[in-house]
Write a protein that binds this ligand. Sequence first.
Ligand code: GTP
Length: 379
Amino acid sequence: MSEAILLVGGKGTRLRPLTTHTPKPMVRAAGVPFLAHQISRAAAAGVTRIVLATSYLAEVFEEHFGDGQREFGLKLVYVTEAEPLGTGGAIRNAAEQLTAGPNDPVLVFNGDILSGVDIAELVRQHHLSRADVTLHLTRVPDPRAFGLVPTDPDGRVLAFLEKPETPEQIVTDQINAGCYVFTRSVIDAIPTGREVSVERETFPGLLSGGGLLHGVVDSTYWLDLGTPAAFAKGSADLVRGLVDSPALPGPVGDALVLPGAQVSPRAVLSGGSAISEDVHVDDGAVIESSVLLPGARVGADAVVRNSIIGSHAQVGARTVLDGVTLGDAARIGADNELTTGARIACGTDLPDGSLRFSPGTMACTPHLGAVPQTVPVRV
Ligand code: GTP
């Protein structure tokens, strides 16, 4: 196996406001762009060339990673869709840059999946089964939120089922884990020049046309980092070593502090928190299972739990945040309290002592316009 396509062109709407200025795969998890974890894992599994299928904020990727040789020891190639073509359209578009022959395997990764899957084993299974496409499947405790992928005892995919609506429709706990091995010629058969969903169109189409789709159930770590809560958890799990990444920029532990961060010795960091460069954390602050992006500031005695603090965002003294996503350069003044899913748009400025989260109450301000799932209320 030497070639892969990485899908990184989505708009990342579920992760807003973190994706306002940064494409989702470039948001830092455990101190480095999330994509670095995926690329380094692929390199460790023997991938030597990756085509990055970009679209949204496309230029950011090459500016950061260049040709990939120095950082990862593999070759990175970039293709850009003028208009996003969906997952299948993006794979087809990226094929222009593949060097693999028609019968060769090509790995395809979604750019927002953190997993411990054995990539080399997936490719081995692809060769053994002689499948058109081999899919990594993972088991989830509650399959109701996912499309389901039942297989027969030999691993042959039987169907791609929509999200189940009744208990009877939950025929398996296996779901598509967003990592595939395609036989190259199958990619070339995807229609060009239009939007195609690999999950909704390509795979069901192959199945109904008699194609062989092989599912490999791998029960190692798996997480879709598409939402803020999942992103914070994924970052913390990387820091704590619950999933391996050659790109982790420090030892596994209870917190990761990058060089150039200034953390008071009287602050308490725990739960796999990741503190980027140029971050300031003042006396008595408590940071638990959170991600602090470059240039963020947390004031004295503030508490930040299960939260993501955007680049150059500020949290005032004694403010408590739990499950909050603060956009880049947003400022929450001192003595505020925000919890459970609140998202604050980039550049928002909330004064000192003005906010207490109150479930069920709505207070939309122009600042908060695009984002509130839960909304802070003036007291
Ligand atoms: P949401 O808007 O929050 O659903 O996120 P998303 O835009 O990333 O979509 P989704 O999570 O369904 O995408 C799965 C993977 O495919 C991600 O790595 C995306 O970057 C990627 N992706 C989705 N749509 C496109 C597309 O049109 N073009 C390219 N190149 N990649 C895409």
